[in-house]
Design a protein around this ligand. Structure first.
Ligand code: 5GP
Length: 202
């Protein structure tokens, strides 16, 4: 039985805990897959092509833009990132649920152009806490941290047009809320009708 997969779009400022929440989501729902984006940024140590990202040259990325291969793309921190249309179409055709970890610009493009996505924004509990997390977790210079904080303030303003907002104060609570959103979306009538039809022959 093929049911319509869920396309979950997650955005958050750097330091809000999106990566950990995603990891938890994949543990809770092993059938949910991660959308692998294309990017022109250099792989970080340990990153393998085709796992975190498809790493491509600037020329290759631009060729894909020209060929309209992207459902959305954006410039983030000086690098290009994009979600291939093919990734979304394949998931949709095969009833696969996907999580897209993308920035607000890309998410807005999808919201305008791609029907049926569920948009979730994750915020930290406060700017002070965001600063504390960024300072404690990384070896980034103070300059980079300040830039991330300034950018976070702008990004958080974008949360207003998302479908859901999660405040990641207590990790367990936030992970539970994200799971609750997935369950609620999966129980939407249009996703359940086929199953109910078969169960009760209606
Ligand atoms: P990083 O380079 O640290 O993995 O990601 C940097 C930023 O790029 C993150 O905010 C992430 O959400 C965003 N990003 C990753 N993939 C995509 C994508 O396909 N499209 C857009 N618009 N943003 C992306």
């Amino acid at each position: 039985m093929k049911r319509e997969g869920l396309i979950l779009i997650l955005s958050a400022p750097s330091g809000a805990g999106k990566t950990s929440l995603c990891r938890e989501l994949f543990k809770t729902f092993p059938d949910i897959k991660e959308s692998i984006s294309y990017t022109t940024r250099e792989p970080r140590t340990g990153e393998v092509d085709g796992e975190a990202y498809h790493f491509v040259s600037q020329e290759e990325f631009e060729r894909m833009v020209d060929e309209e291969a992207f459902a959305e793309w954006a410039m983030v921190h000086g690098n290009m990132y994009g979600t291939a249309l093919k990734t979304l179409e394949e998931a949709r055709n095969n009833g696969v649920s996907l999580v897209l970890d993308i920035d607000c610009q890309g998410a807005l493009k999808l919201k305008e152009q791609f029907e049926g996505g569920v948009f979730v924004f994750i915020v930290p509990p406060s700017m002070d806490e965001l600063r504390r997390r960024l300072e404690s977790r990384s070896s980034d210079s103070q300059d980079v941290i300040e830039r991330r904080i300034a950018r976070a303030a702008d990004e958080i303003k974008e949360s207003r047009w998302y479908d859901y907002i999660i405040i990641n104060d207590d990790f367990e609570v936030a992970a539970g809320e994200l799971a609750a959103i997935v369950v609620a979306q999966r129980r939407k009538t249009f996703r359940m009708l086929e199953q109910v039809g078969k169960l009760f022959d209606i």
